[in-house]
Design a protein around this ligand. Structure first.
Ligand code: SF4
Ligand code: SF4
Length: 164
Protein backbone atom coordinates (compact mmCIF):
# COMPACT_ATOMS: atom_id res chain seq x y z
CA UNK A 1 0.00 0.00 0.00
CA UNK A 2 1.39 3.42 -0.93
CA UNK A 3 2.19 5.91 1.79
CA UNK A 4 -0.31 8.84 1.58
CA UNK A 5 2.14 11.08 3.45
CA UNK A 6 4.36 11.15 0.34
CA UNK A 7 1.75 13.61 -0.99
CA UNK A 8 2.08 15.88 2.06
CA UNK A 9 1.98 19.57 1.13
CA UNK A 10 3.16 20.93 4.50
CA UNK A 11 6.67 19.45 4.34
CA UNK A 12 5.70 16.59 6.65
CA UNK A 13 5.84 19.01 9.54
CA UNK A 14 3.94 16.71 11.91
CA UNK A 15 7.40 15.15 12.53
CA UNK A 16 9.54 18.17 11.68
CA UNK A 17 7.86 20.71 13.97
CA UNK A 18 6.68 19.21 17.23
CA UNK A 19 4.32 21.33 19.28
CA UNK A 20 3.24 19.31 22.28
CA UNK A 21 3.79 15.65 21.40
CA UNK A 22 2.54 13.85 24.51
CA UNK A 23 4.47 10.90 25.99
CA UNK A 24 4.22 8.78 29.10
CA UNK A 25 7.31 7.93 31.11
CA UNK A 26 7.99 4.63 29.33
CA UNK A 27 7.86 6.33 25.92
CA UNK A 28 9.98 9.22 27.13
CA UNK A 29 12.67 6.95 28.64
CA UNK A 30 12.73 4.57 25.70
CA UNK A 31 12.54 7.05 22.84
CA UNK A 32 13.43 10.61 23.88
CA UNK A 33 15.55 10.65 27.05
CA UNK A 34 19.06 11.96 26.36
CA UNK A 35 18.47 12.73 22.73
CA UNK A 36 16.37 15.82 22.87
CA UNK A 37 18.89 17.94 20.85
CA UNK A 38 17.14 21.21 20.02
CA UNK A 39 13.88 20.01 21.54
CA UNK A 40 12.24 21.32 24.68
CA UNK A 41 10.69 18.61 26.86
CA UNK A 42 8.40 19.45 29.75
CA UNK A 43 6.78 17.26 32.37
CA UNK A 44 3.46 17.65 34.17
CA UNK A 45 2.49 14.84 36.52
CA UNK A 46 2.94 11.55 34.67
CA UNK A 47 2.98 13.09 31.19
CA UNK A 48 5.79 14.63 29.15
CA UNK A 49 5.45 17.02 26.23
CA UNK A 50 7.91 17.62 23.41
CA UNK A 51 8.26 20.93 21.54
CA UNK A 52 10.70 21.87 18.80
CA UNK A 53 9.66 25.52 18.33
CA UNK A 54 10.69 25.19 14.69
CA UNK A 55 14.35 24.54 15.63
CA UNK A 56 14.70 20.85 14.86
CA UNK A 57 12.87 17.78 13.72
CA UNK A 58 12.02 14.78 15.88
CA UNK A 59 15.24 12.82 16.54
CA UNK A 60 13.55 9.78 14.99
CA UNK A 61 12.92 11.55 11.71
CA UNK A 62 15.12 10.75 8.69
CA UNK A 63 12.95 11.49 5.65
CA UNK A 64 10.47 9.17 7.38
CA UNK A 65 9.85 7.86 10.89
CA UNK A 66 12.68 5.46 11.75
CA UNK A 67 10.73 3.85 14.62
CA UNK A 68 7.35 3.65 12.93
CA UNK A 69 6.24 0.35 14.51
CA UNK A 70 7.36 1.56 17.92
CA UNK A 71 6.26 5.20 17.71
CA UNK A 72 4.53 6.90 20.66
CA UNK A 73 0.75 6.65 21.02
CA UNK A 74 0.32 10.36 20.21
CA UNK A 75 2.03 9.80 16.81
CA UNK A 76 -0.18 6.79 16.15
CA UNK A 77 -3.24 8.88 17.03
CA UNK A 78 -2.40 11.70 14.59
CA UNK A 79 -4.13 13.60 12.90
CA UNK A 80 -6.19 13.35 16.09
CA UNK A 81 -4.31 14.98 18.96
CA UNK A 82 -4.63 14.66 22.72
CA UNK A 83 -5.75 17.89 24.38
CA UNK A 84 -6.08 18.53 28.09
CA UNK A 85 -5.58 15.73 30.59
CA UNK A 86 -6.81 16.22 34.18
CA UNK A 87 -6.00 13.78 36.95
CA UNK A 88 -7.22 13.59 40.54
CA UNK A 89 -8.99 11.34 43.08
CA UNK A 90 -8.40 8.17 41.08
CA UNK A 91 -9.85 9.65 37.91
CA UNK A 92 -8.36 10.85 34.63
CA UNK A 93 -10.29 13.04 32.20
CA UNK A 94 -8.79 13.58 28.74
CA UNK A 95 -9.89 15.42 25.61
CA UNK A 96 -8.78 14.99 22.04
CA UNK A 97 -9.47 16.95 18.88
CA UNK A 98 -8.95 17.02 15.13
CA UNK A 99 -7.59 20.58 14.99
CA UNK A 100 -4.67 19.96 12.68
CA UNK A 101 -2.54 21.37 9.88
CA UNK A 102 -2.45 17.95 8.20
CA UNK A 103 -3.64 18.46 4.59
CA UNK A 104 -4.82 14.84 4.41
CA UNK A 105 -6.73 14.87 7.66
CA UNK A 106 -10.06 13.97 6.05
CA UNK A 107 -8.46 10.88 4.52
CA UNK A 108 -6.33 9.94 7.53
CA UNK A 109 -8.68 10.57 10.46
CA UNK A 110 -10.12 7.19 11.40
CA UNK A 111 -13.23 6.50 13.50
CA UNK A 112 -13.39 8.33 16.80
CA UNK A 113 -14.08 5.04 18.63
CA UNK A 114 -10.67 3.76 17.54
CA UNK A 115 -8.96 6.98 18.62
CA UNK A 116 -10.70 6.82 22.01
CA UNK A 117 -9.64 3.18 22.53
CA UNK A 118 -6.05 4.14 21.76
CA UNK A 119 -6.11 7.03 24.25
CA UNK A 120 -7.88 4.95 26.93
CA UNK A 121 -5.33 2.18 26.67
CA UNK A 122 -2.46 4.72 26.81
CA UNK A 123 -3.94 6.33 29.95
CA UNK A 124 -4.47 2.94 31.63
CA UNK A 125 -0.83 2.07 30.99
CA UNK A 126 0.22 5.49 32.29
CA UNK A 127 -1.98 5.81 35.40
CA UNK A 128 -2.79 2.18 36.20
CA UNK A 129 -5.81 -0.08 35.76
CA UNK A 130 -7.57 1.23 38.88
CA UNK A 131 -8.04 4.75 37.54
CA UNK A 132 -11.43 5.72 36.09
CA UNK A 133 -10.78 7.01 32.58
CA UNK A 134 -13.02 9.40 30.66
CA UNK A 135 -12.14 10.43 27.09
CA UNK A 136 -14.13 13.10 25.23
CA UNK A 137 -13.85 14.56 21.74
CA UNK A 138 -13.42 18.35 21.95
CA UNK A 139 -16.13 19.40 19.51
CA UNK A 140 -15.75 23.12 20.29
CA UNK A 141 -12.03 23.28 19.58
CA UNK A 142 -12.37 21.34 16.35
CA UNK A 143 -15.32 23.43 15.14
CA UNK A 144 -13.61 26.76 15.94
CA UNK A 145 -10.50 25.64 14.09
CA UNK A 146 -12.36 24.46 10.98
CA UNK A 147 -14.45 27.66 10.84
CA UNK A 148 -11.26 29.74 11.09
CA UNK A 149 -9.63 27.68 8.32
CA UNK A 150 -12.69 28.13 6.11
CA UNK A 151 -12.69 31.89 6.71
CA UNK A 152 -8.94 32.09 5.97
CA UNK A 153 -9.28 30.14 2.74
CA UNK A 154 -12.23 32.32 1.68
CA UNK A 155 -10.22 35.48 2.38
CA UNK A 156 -7.34 34.08 0.34
CA UNK A 157 -9.63 33.31 -2.62
CA UNK A 158 -11.05 36.82 -2.59
CA UNK A 159 -7.55 38.27 -2.61
CA UNK A 160 -6.40 36.12 -5.53
CA UNK A 161 -9.52 36.98 -7.50
CA UNK A 162 -8.93 40.67 -6.91
CA UNK A 163 -12.36 41.05 -5.36
CA UNK A 164 -11.71 41.99 -1.72
S1 SF4 B 1 0.25 12.95 8.64
FE1 SF4 B 1 -0.42 14.74 7.49
S2 SF4 B 1 1.04 16.40 8.05
FE2 SF4 B 1 1.95 14.40 8.60
S3 SF4 B 1 3.21 13.82 6.83
FE3 SF4 B 1 1.19 12.84 6.60
S4 SF4 B 1 0.03 14.29 5.35
FE4 SF4 B 1 1.77 15.42 6.15
S1 SF4 C 1 8.41 9.35 16.58
FE1 SF4 C 1 8.19 9.09 14.38
S2 SF4 C 1 6.03 9.61 13.94
FE2 SF4 C 1 6.53 10.42 15.96
S3 SF4 C 1 7.18 12.55 15.61
FE3 SF4 C 1 9.03 11.28 15.64
S4 SF4 C 1 9.42 10.76 13.48
FE4 SF4 C 1 7.28 11.47 13.66
Amino acid sequence: MSNPCLKCTVDQNCCRDLHGLTLNEDEYKKLFEGQSGALTITRKGKLYQVFSYGKGACPHWDQQCTIYGDRPMDCDLYPYTMGNVFEGDGEVYATYHSRTECPLSEQLLGPREKAEDLIRSFLKKTYGEDYRITVRYDEGAARAYHLARRAASKAKRILIDGKP
